[in-house]
Ligand binder design. Structure first.
Ligand SMILES: *Cc1c(COP(=O)(O)O)cnc(C)c1O
Length: 382
């Protein structure tokens, strides 16, 4: 089906049986740009899944984060607390808004920021938090909201990887002032490229709609009260999103099963790795199944051995604070971020994988672990 050199790819988007028909409707109706019914329908359906009233669809997840920060009035002179263990665009969006990302460490159990990891990074310029539900694992949002409220900070959730995840039965996206999603091709719902902001606040939603489309006055066409952006999502993208929405919760359930299966299969076959336990209050979207090596030195040889065996895998995100655009002097040290980043391996986690595939991948991983183990630990297994 795909032209990848790997037998098992990390991601393989499932678009749903209606995708081609909806796209054809856009083409036949000539509604291929950002006007058209699919955009509104996608927004309405996605807002409902998040348990909020308003959604604003945009061109990609990075635009969504930027739009959210600008709509909240975050700009020059402001600092935004972000994890370093995330995709680079979490930090970039803060810079695009003219503010400064201040990197915080994460909790070793969830890989999410917590009040304890954020507190040491507060300054008099801190204006907002941008917690990331990493790999689909929800942050402890009630604790973060308390932390923010007592300090008058805004909260933007980066839920790019967490479509359909919950904390205490409440959907991610319903906690922050605004929450942002991405629909890039490897995300749980994909529109090729795409993003979306959700909020309970009607005036923030109106502000985001205005800024999304060049700051054009909604009552007076081609009259612009301020400088906005062209961040609109097309009807074609939204058609793909609408085709997938009926399947979202089933796909999340399957991704959770996939994570559980890998854990059972690998725990039975290998000892030089560990998994994170999901806290009882959360329902992770399990965007990507991850395991962690006890010996960080094994990570790169393991990735190479997996690639040779036809299994596409990837390292967990590199810490942003150690990459050239964000290096500080003296270097910032975030121990949990650095230790977990160096040990994390992500496995194929898409919903086209059958249980037979998972068993086969787990055996290939176990064999690759065996082959790449340091000599002393190899002896321990044999
Ligand atoms: C994918 C992703 C984004 C950015 O989304 P794009 O649609 O690629 O711009 C932001 N944050 C996180 C955590 C992501 O995984």
């Amino acid at each position: 089906m795909n032209s990848s050199p790997f037998r098992f790819t990390l991601a393989d988007p499932e678009l749903g049986p209606d995708a081609a028909r909806y796209l054809l409707e856009c083409v036949e109706e000539g509604m291929i740009s950002s006007q058209g019914r699919f955009v509104r329908q996608f927004e309405t359906e996605f807002a409902a899944v998040c348990g909020v009233e308003h959604a604003v669809a945009v061109a990609n997840g990075t635009c969504a984060l930027h739009l959210a920060l600008v709509a909240l009035g975050i700009g020059p002179g402001d600092e935004v607390l972000v994890p370093s263990l995330t995709f680079i665009s979490t930090a970039n969006a803060v810079v695009h808004a003219g503010a400064v990302p201040v990197f915080a460490d994460v909790d070793p159990e969830t890989l999410c920021v917590t009040p304890a990891t954020l507190a040491p990074r507060l300054t008099s310029r801190t204006r907002a938090l941008l917690p990331v539900h990493l790999l689909g694992q929800p942050c402890d949002m009630p604790a973060l909201l308390d932390f923010a409220r007592s300090r008058d900070l805004r909260v933007v959730e980066d839920a790019a990887e967490a479509h359909g995840a919950q904390f205490s039965g409440r959907p991610v996206g319903s906690f922050g002032d605004i929450a942002c999603f991405s629909f890039y091709a490897n995300k749980i719902i994909t529109t090729g490229e795409g993003g979306l902001c959700v909020t309970r606040d009607a005036s923030l939603a109106a502000r985001m709609r205005l800024l999304r489309s060049h700051g054009m006055n909604p009552e007076r066409r081609y009259w612009h009260d301020e400088i906005g952006f062209n961040y609109r999502m097309t009807n074609l993208q939204a058609a793909l999103g609408v085709a997938q929405m009926p399947h979202l919760l089933a796909w999340v359930a399957r991704r959770r099963q996939i994570a559980r299966r890998y854990r059972e299969l690998l725990a039975a076959q290998a000892t030089d790795l560990f998994f994170l336990d999901e806290p009882p209050a959360t329902r992770s979207a399990c965007w990507m199944s991850a395991f962690f090596l006890r010996d960080a030195a094994q990570r790169d040889p393991l990735l190479a051995a997996l690639s040779e065996a036809g299994v596409e895998s990837r390292p967990l995100f590199s810490p942003i604070h150690l990459m050239p655009p964000y290096l500080q002097s003296p270097a910032l040290y975030l121990p949990v971020t650095e230790a977990m980043s160096a040990r994390g391996v992500l496995l194929p986690s898409h919903t086209k994988l059958t249980d037979t595939h998972l068993a086969e991948i787990a055996s290939l991983v176990a064999a690759a672990l065996e082959r790449t183990a340091a000599p002393h630990s190899r002896r321990a297994h044999s």
